[in-house]
Write a protein of this length. Sequence first.
Length: 278
Amino acid sequence: MSGTLYLVATPIGNLGDFSPRAVEILESVDFIAAEDTRVSVKLLNHFHIKKSLVSYHEHNHVTAGQAILARLLAGESCALVTDAGTPAISDPGEDLVRLCGERGVNIVAIPGCCAAINALAVSGLPTGRFTFEGFLTVNKKSRREHLERLRDEERTMIFHEAPHKLRTTLQDLCAAFGPERRIALCREMTKLHEETWRTTLGEAAARYETTSPKGEYVLVIAGKERFRGAALTLEEGAAQVLALQDQGMRLKEAAREVAEHTGLSKNELYTAALEKRH
């Protein structure tokens, strides 16, 4: 019988966010696969965990993945960790998960920090529907093509960005979505100098023309306004609410989403949609 692969989320800055269950799993597995063993050993030392470490990252994931799979199939258990955050999310761990899944290995996620979700929660932007875009490529042509495909995206968008690329990224985002598009810049999340700035792309681009970015950023950007032009009637708004519900959104969330884009009352939309449905 094969062992279990545990995907253990690690702190994104504050060690106090590491859960007792995560500590228990790291103590109990046969070995730990780490993105950078030098980083992970500091986490293990902090929690007085002594465990065998193997390296698994984007430059060795093919050969290392096969080696880890072989040990799992032999009955050993493994915890996969990244330097910070949830393994397999915008991370080569997704390849290991796919490989293990194809061979029937049991895979268990141990929840914890995820910078994208934390940033979305504090952004003040719609959270009912969103898309995670990760890091934009450094290739200018590919980056702009990517943003062009997102020009009509109506869901809230989440990007990761490093400080040395932030200025260029904000300029490209401003060109793609317009200077009035709302953005929340979340910096150094869970750390001592954590900061969230809610503004527009134009203001953000202008600020960082003269200010040097510091720390890691998560950028949360409003989607394209769905409703423009003539105002909707309550009946039309209720129909939009029901259409979103049919796509899988909860009725209350759908009413809030339509309200944010139309100016109609969320409570009136909710009541009208209920009456229309029944």
